[in-house]
Design a protein around this ligand. Structure first.
Ligand SMILES: NC(=O)C1=CN([C@@H]2O[C@H](COP(=O)(O)OP(=O)(O)OC[C@H]3O[C@@H](n4cnc5c(N)ncnc54)[C@H](O)[C@@H]3O)[C@@H](O)[C@H]2O)C=CC1
Ligand SMILES: [Mg+2]
Ligand SMILES: [Zn+2]
Length: 276
């Protein structure tokens, strides 16, 4: 399968190419999609905070115009990254996911965390640079574990108060300094539902740009303990039979993949493919 989207550090002093525009309401799109001729876009009187050369789509250079706050631009609509993930072309979503992560990270690293002076983009790698400290800040990625716990025909799913009504999902949480991925799985499971697990098995990973998670997916078998949902974080957690499941997360998420993969295994169906 050919890859339509590839990342690159492009020099913003070079003219031409295509550009995407992002503001607090999401990415701009019109009848032609999210890519606009870059030189034309720069004449549209947009309040640009920063410009980044981010890669190639179908071989053509692509830039990001990161705008200040919300934008008011006649004839153009704005849509959040989650909508692009749920529907439409996956390569376009991957390009926007990368653009969003670069835009957010650069916006949040305009000043040096060590001396407070303004940082600048460098052009030979993706980093913000403080000349005074000779310090580079690289794009931020937060490793997060996500795990499906199973017990024969039953799977453990939980809901956070932040989820869409009725939806149950796998357990997830951010890695802390000093722990391995497996330590993190055991700790998060203990914190969120107070059960122990065994046979932790790595299943695959997924970039989750909301705003900068890298999901590492696992399967684990239930070992011991009764479910006790964590106050505030977990609204409800239950064992569900694979023949009788609640509403599940979006089909392109790794949470859904972990569930679908196990259900397919139990029911003797073909294994699903992890969107990546
Ligand atoms: N792709 C998928 O299928 C799924 C992705 N996720 C993602 O996994 C990540 C972790 O899941 P949660 O249950 O929300 O995490 P969690 O169980 O660790 O709790 C979230 C809390 O962690 C703290 N936190 C926020 N950012 C952090 C960071 N970078 N490092 C350490 N702690 C941080 C905050 O106090 C936040 O309220 C989130 O980004 C979530 O969106 C969660 C479920 C499904
Ligand atoms: Mg969690
Ligand atoms: Zn500095």
């Amino acid at each position: 399968m050919s890859q339509r989207w590839t990342t690159a550090v492009l020099d913003t002093s070079q003219p031409g190419g295509w550009a995407v525009a992002r503001c607090a309401q999401g990415f701009a799109f019109d009848a032609n999609g999210v890519l606009f001729p870059r030189e034309w876009l720069k004449k549209q009187n947009l309040d640009v905070l920063a410009e980044h050369g981010i890669g190639h789509f179908d071989g053509e250079p692509v830039y990001l115009l990161e705008l200040h706050g919300a934008a008011d631009w006649e004839g153009v609509q704005w849509q959040g990254l989650r909508q692009f993930m749920m529907q439409g072309d996956f390569d376009t979503y991957k390009m926007l996911a990368y653009a969003a992560q670069i835009g957010t990270w650069a916006r949040e690293h305009r000043f040096c965390g060590s001396c407070g002076q303004a940082m600048t983009q460098i052009h030979w790698e993706r980093a913000m640079y403080c000349q005074a400290c000779d310090l580079r800040s690289y794009p931020r990625i937060s490793p997060s574990m996500i795990v499906l716990i199973t017990r024969g025909d039953e799977i453990l799913l939980a809901r956070s108060p932040r989820f869409v009504t009725g939806v149950y999902s796998t357990l997830a949480g951010f890695a802390e300094p000093g722990e391995s991925a497996e330590d993190c799985v055991r700790r998060e499971v203990m914190e969120e539902v107070q059960v122990t697990v065994r046979n932790i098995r790595y299943m695959g990973s997924q970039c989750w740009p909301f705003p900068h998670s890298m999901m590492l997916g696992f399967h684990a078998e239930y070992d011991s303990g009764d479910i006790v949902p964590q106050a505030d974080e977990i609204e409800d957690a239950q064992w569900f039979n694979v023949h009788d499941l609640p509403p599940l997360p979006a089909s392109r998420s790794i949470a859904r993949y972990l569930i679908d993969h196990y259900v397919a295994e139990r029911l003797g169906l073909p294994a699903p493919v992890l969107p990546g």
